[in-house]
Design a binder for this molecule. Sequence first.
Ligand SMILES: Cc1ncc(COP(=O)(O)O)c(C=O)c1O
Length: 389
Amino acid sequence: MNVEKIKSFIVMDILERSLEIQKHGVEIIHLEIGEPDLPTPKKALDRVPEILSKYKMSYTPSLGITSLREAISEYYLKEYGVEVPVKNIVAVPGSSTGMALIISILLDKGGEFIITDPSYPCYPNFILHSGGEVVRLNIYKDNNFLPEIDKLRDLVNQKTRGLIIASPSNPCGVVLPQKLVEEILEIGIPTIIDEIYQGIVFGIPKKESSAIKYFSADGNLIISNGFSKYFSMPGWRVGWLVVPDRYIPALQKLLQNIVISTPTLSQMLAEICMRECINELDEYVSIYKKRLETATNFLNNSGLELGYKVNGAFYIYLDLSNFINDSLEFSRKMLEEYSVALTPGLDFGTNQTNKFIRISLTNSEGNILTGLERLLNAIYDYNPSPRSI
Ligand SMILES: Cc1ncc(COP(=O)(O)O)c(C=O)c1O
């Protein structure tokens, strides 16, 4: 049974435990949550009553409402200067579903699938669930948590069915440079670029922060994206895939059978957000940027330099190798004794992950600073004479 191989998502365990502690009146600072704290744009929410009075909430076509798929195509043209055919854009109930389905298609006859380590915890589980084997490409802080192309090439063989890589990444918050995307695509294997944090980028023009310009209807690039992060609509469960022609019939069949369609109201609201709320959403990006600056300044002044450059998403992947060697135990201590919820590096793979923690900047600047002060105290308490601070 493939399900037996699937591990639980540790961050969800931390979240559940912190909610339990909160029930006893203890206030927890949440720096573990991987979803925006900023609300779905009001302009879109205000339209819900009108939508509900006008439209019956019927199933939609399995590939998505045409006007939403058109809106996504127009968005790519307007924001990224790239023409993407509507026929290659498929709406899905959250990008998680889209990635799980496309990976199952690529692994139809088994084989290996490459992920980076660290990376998003669900990738190996999508692969295992589809009967594939997970192949890990270790990435390191010294190389800004970017894959080394020669090492990637060395992992590719007859059994390789694809690669999945995020940009901006989770847990590191790093955008793949365009040249690296080109080199990866030159390898010639199906490549899923998970752009769920697309739009939340700092100091890079939007046009240079997406791989979408490399998409072609007969190529190897698949883009996964959605409305959960930049668009601040996580619970509405809408995502999309940009897929080459050859995968669409299989994807359509799977969507028809497994989900029928993506929630109707959610698709309609997503379209409004995409067409009408970009200015407001770009304001949100400025908020994340300010939080990142505040957090990095604090860490630098405390002798806990990041040692790499975050240029997207809303995470910091902090190297605590001078102080800890069990990130899960440390996160549990932070929660139980310092009332701060963090995600242990362990959630993201096996490559030095016991030495890292992920800090999510989805909380106010004040709370982020309080959380970081407590983190510093914890380090002092557990390391009376820490080596580098
Ligand atoms: C890298 C990455 N990909 C995908 C997802 C899932 O997003 P969705 O809400 O679209 O399923 C997440 C959620 O945290 C993520 O961090």
